[in-house]
Design a protein around this ligand. Structure first.
Ligand code: SAM
Length: 301
């Protein structure tokens, strides 16, 4: 699993730049354009939340658990709809930001949350966090499936019969190959180079092998009721994010200037944040990565 230090590297270090670019409750997972790129990013993120609400049931007198809640966009939406919500994150900056906005968020490993932790919930969601639950080392040690199955067992225990989980995650795509070879020293245009960049951007994280691995791990506990690919929508989401990050701002320039010493002395930092290309985009375009929106249900019998 990506630990606190690694998630702080990915999310906390440039926390203010994220919030200045994407908004206080920065929504940092693929939006739902459904191919209609005339929508604004905000509209497409709203559409995603409305879809989640429709799929798992969000609203008054319902309790939602958000595993890997980020800066709290879904919890904020849930609150607007009159629902109660609790979230967990492993990024300390995200925790502080969520608490500032009055959200019930805790610094906890999502994989450890079971019925004992906060009691039962009517619905569970996890968007863009499953990617971090298994590390390359976990995979090499043969623990990947077990980690996913453990998470699904906990979620099933938290939900009532018929209760639902919305899971949105990247997975390795059909062209990723096996074993996965990421190498930032490989030729600049190679698949290995882009997969290598991804590994630097998300240290400690390793993806499931296709939707199939996720569904297989969930099967003893939860049934898949709906799934769709969000790959093309994700490419568009990233393009919109890049524009927002690039928008000039005095505050952002100051924050970036403060990171220059780190940029000069830390190769990991340079590879993660300033390689000049969006490795995600290229990986999605080449189908080295895929992206799924999945709805699971706890069986009633
Ligand atoms: C890409 S962000 C997505 C955030 C949010 N769900 C959204 O849609 O904007 C990934 C989130 O997963 C969280 N995360 C990753 N691994 C975690 C773990 N083991 N336990 C709790 N949170 C985790 C990170 O801290 C971060 O908040």
């Amino acid at each position: 699993m990506a630990g606190r230090e690694e998630l702080d590297f990915t999310y906390s270090l440039i926390d203010r730049i994220f919030r200045l670019s994407l908004g206080e409750m920065a929504d940092f997972s693929g939006a739902k354009f459904d191919g209609d790129f005339s929508l604004t990013l905000e509209e497409a993120q709203r559409r995603k939340h409305e879809y989640v609400a429709e799929m798992i049931g969000i609203g008054p007198e319902r309790r939602l658990l958000d595993l890997g809640c980020g800066w709290g966009p879904l919890l904020g939406f849930n609150r607007e709809r009159g629902g109660e919500g609790t979230g967990v994150t492993l990024s300390s900056a995200q925790l502080r930001s969520c608490l500032r906005h009055g959200l019930d968020v805790h610094l906890l490993d999502a994989r450890e949350v079971d019925r004992e932790t906060f009691g039962p919930f009517d619905a569970v969601a996890s968007l863009g966090a499953f990617e971090h639950f298994c590390s390359p080392e976990d995979h090499e040690a043969g623990r990947q499936e077990e980690i996913y199955e453990g998470l699904f067992a906990n979620v099933a225990e938290i939900l009532p019969p018929g209760g639902r989980l919305y899971l949105q995650t990247m997975v390795f795509g059909p062209n990723a190959g096996e074993p996965i070879r990421g190498d930032v020293d490989a030729p600049r245009d190679s698949d290995a180079y882009f997969l290598g960049l991804m590994a630097h951007q998300f240290p400690g994280s390793f993806l499931p092998f296709g939707k199939e691995q996720v569904v297989r791990a969930a099967a003893p506990h939860l049934d898949l009721v709906e799934s769709s690919s969000g790959r093309l929508d994700y490419i568009e989401t990233i393009a919109r994010w890049r524009r927002l990050f690039a928008e000039p701002s005095f505050k952002k320039t100051l924050l970036k200037a403060r990171l220059v010493p780190r940029w000069l002395t830390n190769r990991e930092f340079r590879l993660a944040f300033t390689s000049g290309v969006s490795a995600n985009t290229v990986c999605f375009e080449r189908q080295l990565l895929e992206h799924y929106r999945m709805v699971f249900e706890r069986p009633t019998a």
